[in-house]
Write a protein that binds this ligand. Structure first.
Ligand code: NAD
Ligand code: GLY
Length: 363
């Protein structure tokens, strides 16, 4: 088993990564639990596959568990479900010493972390992420939250888990499009931080897409190391943490222009990274070869690299401008200056951005 430490003073915690380690959760729970009660939060899809193993671990740790399954889908990551979970916790007599386990993808992890952060002013929680996106991104770093009709992730907290338990074998049952979408975030880490890792992803895509356990462990470990490093330097996104948004400015505009239907988040980020890489090239920050390598790598993982004709570029631009208004009138985008290095750049020439997006409609 590999262990990555997130260093945040007294809020530091380990991320455990391995293949087939889900049952081993029992021992770790025994060390962590201070009370006798625990809430297991999941959804029916994940619980039907991994519930039994996790239930045995909880039973082995002699913890009295309550179970809440929320329906499967982003639309249930909302305040009403958070309230429902809190109600069940009160009804079942959970207290300050109780523990919460979030078993599932980013939706379960985000709402679980949020509930743990507000129940009795905060109880301990554990992330057991089962999607690639959750294993490399959402379960690490302590951003929790729920959506509001007026905006995604608009209600939330920064609240770190006690530990993260990642079994890469759970990725075997993940739908292929979800796995590929998670790969977009994986490639992102290579571009923003680690050229060598980016090359590893280029040379090992057959092993990775074939879900070879050692490659998956290596990939998840490196992503967690990078995220841990960024978060420990800038927990609350005062500066550096923003680099994790590479690909997300254009990606978010695509998601908004398609009303969050038709694109998985990672797929929109994939197109966003291609667009932002070519924008960096047009601005003279990135060589044509490197922008091409980024596009090529994204394509090799079966991710989209072009913008469909049906999406109006003018609409995308106006969404980005709206975003800009929300941030003191300046459009700032994370752009690569080379593979493994990014900067946050203020965009003054919006014409170049428009040209870049239009060029991607011909891909
Ligand atoms: P998700 O949680 O909806 O999971 C995707 C689908 O896969 C769901 O249908 C789920 O039931 C299913 N699933 C999960 N694990 C499975 C498995 N092992 N086998 C079979 N099916 C499985 O989506 P996601 O992509 O994991 O997460 C998206 C969410 O994460 C969004 O709400 C986003 O806002 C959030 N997010 C948060 C952060 C953060 O820092 N907190 C970062 C990125 C994304
Ligand atoms: N997903 C971006 C962050 O955790 O900051």
């Amino acid at each position: 088993m590999k262990v990555v430490e997130v260093s945040l003073g007294e809020r530091s915690y380990p991320i455990h990564i391995g293949s087939g380690i889900l049952g081993g959760l029992q021992e770790r729970l025994l060390q962590e639990a201070t009370g006798s009660k625990l809430l297991l939060l999941s959804n029916p899809t994940v619980y039907s596959i991994y519930g039994p193993v996790v239930e045995r671990a909880i039973e082995g740790a002699s913890l009295q568990r309550s179970l809440v399954l929320i329906p499967d889908g982003e639309q249930y990551k909302d305040y009403f479900w958070a309230y429902h979970i809190l109600t069940r916790m009160l009804q079942d007599g959970l207290d300050r010493g109780s523990l919460l386990i979030a078993l599932g993808g980013g939706v379960i992890g985000d709402i679980g972390g949020f509930v743990a952060s507000v129940f009795m002013r905060g109880i301990a929680y554990v992330q057991v992420p089962t999607t690639l996106l959750a294993q490399v991104d959402s379960s690490v770093g302590g951003k929790t939250g729920v959506n509001h009709p007026l905006g995604k992730n608009m209600i939330g907290t920064f609240y770190q888990p006690r530990f993260v338990w990642i079994d890469v074998q759970t990725l075997r049952t993940l739908p292929e499009d979800q796995f590929r979408a998670g790969m977009a975030e994986v490639i992102k880490y290579g571009v923003i931080w680690d050229r060598e890792f980016f090359q590893y992803l280029r040379s090992n895509h057959r092993q990775i897409l074939g879900l070879q356990p050692e490659s998956l462990e290596q990939v998840v470990q490196r992503c967690c190391q990078i995220k841990a490093e960024v978060v420990s330097r800038d927990e609350r996104e005062a500066g550096l943490r923003a680099i994790l948004n590479f690909g997300h400015t254009v990606g978010h505009a695509i998601e908004t222009a398609t009303s969050y239907r038709g694109y998985l988040h990672g797929e929109a980020v994939a197109v966003g990274m291609v667009a932002e890489a070519w924008l960096a090239h047009r601005l003279g920050l990135l060589s044509e070869t490197e922008a091409g390598e980024i596009e090529e790598t994204i394509r090799s993982y079966g991710l989209p690299v072009g913008i469909p004709k049906e999406i109006e570029v003018s609409r995308m631009l106006s969404y980005m401008t709206l975003d800009k208004k929300a941030r003191a009138g300046r459009l700032r985008i994370v752009l690569p200056e080379g593979i493994g290095r990014v900067r946050v750049q203020e965009i003054t020439e919006e014409g170049l951005l428009e040209e870049t997006l239009r060029a991607l409609q011909r891909v």
